[in-house]
Structure formats: structure tokens, C-alpha cells
Ligand binder design. Structure first.
Ligand code: ADP
Ligand code: MG
Length: 341
């Protein structure tokens, strides 16, 4: 074996490797950028893509914008306005905090950002390509931020080759947009793919209206409201009856503190609550908003933050199973019986 001398990698190489963890495909870019728009306090977010997001992604928000003197720092690795030190990790109220998205995305594409905080007169236009700054100019712009991502993975051919067809990549983004819109009924979301509007929510703050705007009448009219509070967490949302069950888990939606998560534990517990109610190999519809108390959950398990770790898995499983079971078998036509009479 030939052994090379040990050397620290060049910055551009480190950036590309790091980008690989956060940016797997066009939908990961959309996820990170929409989360930034949500964190920026936007009340309206528009996402437009072409060719499944491979050639073009544009995200427009009316949030707080970035001041000119912070703009190039925002695109550096581990730069964030959302976290100051590790002690704050246990109690995070923003979707982002790792300071990796803008640097990762700009390492593997050409990015153009136009941004203007409400208290400045002029906006700024910043262009960066493959981690190299191209330009920064003053420009007239509305309050908020527009970010455009062109030619994703132009400099990482292996990643590019592994992408699926435009239609499949667009469907991943569409599904993601549904989940993001559901997580924030108070924000108006618009999703446009190849010039066609696919999703439009009103942002009126009502979860049922948002479900209706995303999934349509058939689903919205077959739901039961659920609500429960324990000393570990609070849950609220809607669960589907048997008319809206599916052959896969695509309609199971879990949110923890406003963040969409995948959780085999929650899926399994909810499905157990449905045992005897749904046929085998049928999966329920649910939109469950979970608010945890104190530090009962760790979101910093994975760079995409879609996985979480619960302190007390058994207790969590119990809460969800019984929440579903009790709601499904709660007969509204039978008056409550008081046992000690
Ligand atoms: P993180 O979201 O983890 O902080 P990012 O790389 O996604 O890291 O963003 C870096 C910083 O840039 C953010 O902390 C935020 O201050 C700023 N920023 C990014 N996108 C927006 C946006 N759409 N509106 C306002 N500020 C933004
Ligand atoms: Mg971010």
C-alpha cells in the first residue's frame, strides 16, 4: 500500500463533503430554505421550481431579511443567528440552528439571494457559486428574501447522477411542501412546479382549513379531532377514519414543536391504536402536532433534524396508542356514566 502524507483538506473540498450531509437532493434544498423563511418570521412563502428543482429553485419570503454586513457571513459554514452556545441546544425554538444550509447549498450550486430588512431603504443582491463569491450589489427590493438556486450539483457529478427523474424529484418537493404547509397553518404557502400552481394555502391559522386546502374534501370530511395533555407533552390534531386509510405511511404526519419528523416509534404507536379498526396493511391518516415539555426530546440527532430521540420511549408509545384507541372507540351517542352512583 502506498501511504500519502497526512494533510488537512482544502476548504472547498471540506465544503463539498459537508454539503453532502445536508443536501441530498432538490427537496433537501427546499426544506432548508423554507425552514429559513419560517424562522425569519415570514407570513407568506412562495416556492417555485423547474425540472424537479434540478435546474431552478426559487423561494420568496416576506420575513426579516439579512442586513448587508451579515450577508457573506451567512454563507459561511457554522454561521447562524439562532444559536450562541451549546447550552441553548436543549431549548431550541427555531427550525435551523446548525448554520450549515446556506454554505452547503452554495457549495454545490449557483445561488443568488436578494434580501432587504424592513428598516433599510435598499436591498442587496448577492451571488455565490461553488462556495466562491461572485458579486454583492445594492438593489431595489421588497422587504424579505428571495433566494434562487441554479444548477444544483453542477460540480458534484456523482450526486447529480444519483438523482431520480424530474417528475419524481418534483413529487418529493410537493410532498415536503404539503408537510411544511400543514406544520404552519398561520403561513400562506404557494408551490409552483413548471409554472403550474400545485399548492396554495390561505395562512388563516386554522389547521382544518389547511388540511382541506392540501388534501381536499374527501379527506377533510373523514377526520376526528384529537387532543391530549400529559406531563410529558401536549398533542392536538386530526386522525382519519377508515375511509381515508392508505396502503402506505404517506399520510402519517407528525410534528414536534413545529418540526416535521419521521418517527418509527410514533408511527408504530399510532398504528397500534388503530389495531382492530383498520384492515391489515392499511395505514391511517393523521396530522398530529406535538409540543414537548422541558427537554424530553433531542432534535440534534441527525443533520437533517428529521429524527428525534425521546427520553422515555415507553411512556410516549403509551400516550399515542391510547390517544388513538380512545378517540376511535369513543361513542358520542352514549352519555358518560359515573361509576360511583
Ligand atoms: P441556520 O438556519 O441553521 O441558522 P443557515 O445556513 O440556514 O443556518 O442560515 C444562516 C443564517 O442566515 C440564519 O441563521 C439567518 O440569520 C440567515 N438567513 C437565512 N435565510 C434567511 C431568510 N430567508 N431570511 C432571513 N434570514 C435568513
Ligand atoms: Mg437554516
Amino acid at each position: 500500500m502506498v501511504r500519502n502524507k497526512i494533510a488537512v483538506l482544502e476548504k472547498s473540498t471540506i465544503d463539498k463533503i459537508a454539503a453532502g450531509e445536508v443536501v441530498e437532493r432538490p427537496s433537501s434544498v427546499v426544506k432548508e430554505l423554507v425552514e429559513n423563511a419560517i424562522d425569519a418570521g415570514a407570513s407568506a412563502i412562495t416556492v417555485e421550481i423547474k425540472d424537479g428543482g434540478k435546474s431552478y429553485i426559487r423561494i420568496t419570503d416576506n420575513g426579516c431579511g439579512i442586513p448587508e454586513d451579515e450577508l457573506s457571513v451567512a454563507f459561511m459554514r457554522h454561521s447562524t443567528s439562532k444559536l450562541r452556545d451549546a447550552s441553548e441546544l436543549a431549548d431550541i425554538h427555531t427550525l435551523g440552528f446548525r448554520g450549515e444550509a446556506l454554505s452547503s447549498i452554495s457549495a454545490v450550486s449557483r445561488v443568488e439571494m436578494i434580501t432587504k430588512p424592513a428598516d433599510t431603504l435598499m436591498g442587496v443582491r448577492y451571488v455565490i457559486e461553488g462556495s466562491k463569491e461572485v458579486s454583492l450589489d445594492k438593489i431595489g427590493a421588497p422587504d424579505g428574501t428571495t433566494i434562487m438556486v441554479y444548477q444544483l450539483f453542477f460540480n458534484t457529478p456523482a450526486r447529480k447522477k444519483f438523482l431520480k427523474t424530474d417528475t419524481t424529484e418534483a413529487s418529493y418537493i410537493s410532498e415536503l411542501m404539503e408537510r411544511l404547509a400543514l406544520s404552519h397553518p398561520d403561513i400562506s404557502f404557494c408551490f409552483i412546479s413548471n409554472k403550474k400552481e400545485k399548492i396554495h394555502t390561505s395562512g388563516n391559522g386554522n389547521l382544518m382549513d389547511t388540511i382541506y386546502q392540501i388534501y381536499g374534501r374527501q379527506i377533510a370530511s373523514n377526520l376526528l379531532a384529537v387532543e391530549k395533555e400529559t406531563d410529558l407533552l401536549k398533542v392536538s390534531g386530526f386522525i382519519g377514519n377508515s375511509n381515508v386509510a392508505r396502503g402506505n405511511r404517506s399520510l402519517e404526519n407528525f410534528y414536534i414543536n413545529g418540526r416535521y419528523i419521521k418517527s418509527p416509534l410514533l408511527s408504530k404507536s399510532v398504528e397500534e391504536g388503530y389495531v382492530g379498526y383498520l384492515m391489515q396493511h392499511q395505514y391511517p391518516f393523521c396530522v398530529l402536532m406535538i409540543t414537548t415539555k422541558e427537554a424530553s426530546v433531542d432534535v440534534n440527532v441527525h443533520p437533517t433534524k428529521q429524527e428525534v430521540r425521546f427520553d422515555d420511549e415507553m411512556a410516549i408509545a403509551d400516550i399515542f396508542k391510547s390517544l388513538i384507541f380512545e378517540r376511535l372507540y369513543q361513542r358520542e351517542d352514549i352519555a358518560e356514566v359515573t361509576l360511583d352512583e
